[in-house]
Structure formats: C-alpha cells, structure tokens
Design a protein around this ligand. Structure first.
Ligand code: GDP
Ligand code: MG
Length: 179
C-alpha cells in the first residue's frame, strides 16, 4: 500500500464555556477515553493526532484551554495561526448556548485568519435533560456560517465526525493551510 505523505500540521482550537465538555471531546477523539470525573479545571495544552481525510494525511495540533476559559483569560497566542475552531456548547445548558455570541466575538477580535473554518458542536446529547433543540443549534450555525454537529463525548456519537468534517473543509479551502 502506498504511504500517504503528511500534508501539513493544522492548528485546531476548542473553545466554549467551562464544563461543556471540551476536554472530554478532545480525549474521546485522541485517546478514545471518557472520564465522568474529568476535573473541570484540568486540561492539557494541546494534543497531536494524525488524521486521514480524502486520501490526505494531516497532522492536527488540537489546543485545549487548560481551564483558563473560566476566567476568560485565553490569550491572543492561543488563537494565533489556527485554521479551524470547534465551538462547543452543552445541549442540556441554555446558558452555555447563549454565551456562544461572546465566544464568536472573542474569536473575531483575536483570530489572525478570519476565514478560519468553524464547527459548532452541541455536546452531551446522551443526557435526558435538554435545553437546546437541534433546530436552535442548526439555526445558529447557519447564521454564523459554521459547520454543525451534535455529539456526546460519553457515547462517542458525532465526535470523530466533528473533527473529520472540520479538517475536510480546511483542506478543501484554498489558501487556508498551504504555505
Ligand atoms: P470543559 O470544561 O469544557 O473542558 O469540560 P469537561 O470535559 O471537563 O467536562 C465537564 C463535565 O461534563 C465532566 O464531568 C464530564 O465528565 C462531563 N461531560 C463531558 N462530556 C459529556 C457528555 O458528552 N455527556 C455527559 N453526560 N457528560 C459529559
Ligand atoms: Mg477542559
């Protein structure tokens, strides 16, 4: 079989309110684990994973917030040079959904690549409690030109898809990742 060459390293960010499951989604994607006790304040700086999309191989450096989002102290260097962002809310928390506007405006302020590809993820769909419908999520995503998926870091549903669709779109967008 032909060896695929690694195309590039992409910087992907995960942002959103504290407790929505950002670190859990990342660990589900990179290590296929889920820890129900995941301490909300503990996070990694970033994780690296190689992904094959459309016959192309990309190395992803996925940045987590290490808990700083609690105090809204994500710095411009966190955003710098990112080609993609995953904005997460919790479908069982209306509050996490209403904060999406604030996250988008922070992104506008700090991101250097304004044509960065954005994926909206409604997490925790395994929970019985739901405060945000799929339609509301989809409507918000459309309004802000974002990709959209509902997911559960707990059951794995939608997690792989979220990252794959984001990377696929980045690779298909001319000028975004080529040097
Ligand atoms: P972060 O602050 O956004 O990084 O959120 P964490 O990943 O630390 O998760 C916060 C809490 O939500 C933890 O107790 C997780 O176990 C829990 N959690 C994360 N994702 C899910 C999910 O898909 N379903 C359920 N039921 N709980 C989740
Ligand atoms: Mg975290």
């Amino acid at each position: 079989m032909e060896e695929q060459e690694i195309l590039t390293t992409l910087k992907i960010l995960i942002i959103g309110e504290s407790g929505v499951g950002k670190s859990s989604l990342l660990l589900r994607f990179t290590d296929d684990t889920f820890d129900p006790e995941q301490a909300a304040t503990i996070g990694v700086d970033f994780k690296v994973k190689t992904l094959s999309v459309d016959g192309n191989k990309a190395k992803l450096a996925i940045w987590d917030t290490a808990g700083q989002e609690r105090f809204r102290t994500l710095t411009p260097s966190y955003y710098r040079g990112a080609q993609g962002v995953i904005l997460v809310y919790d479908v069982s928390s209306k509050q996490s959904f209403t904060k999406l506007d604030a996250w988008l405006s922070e992104l506008e302020t700090f991101a250097t690549k304004h044509d960065m590809i954005k994926m909206l993820v409604g997490n925790k769909i395994d929970k019985e409690k739901r405060e945000v419908s799929k339609e509301e999520g989809l409507k918000f995503a459309r309004k802000h030109h974002m990709l959209f998926i509902e997911a559960s870091a707990k059951t794995k549903e939608g997690v792989q898809c979220a990252f794959e669709e984001l990377v696929e779109k980045i690779i298909q967008t001319p000028g975004l990742w080529e040097t």
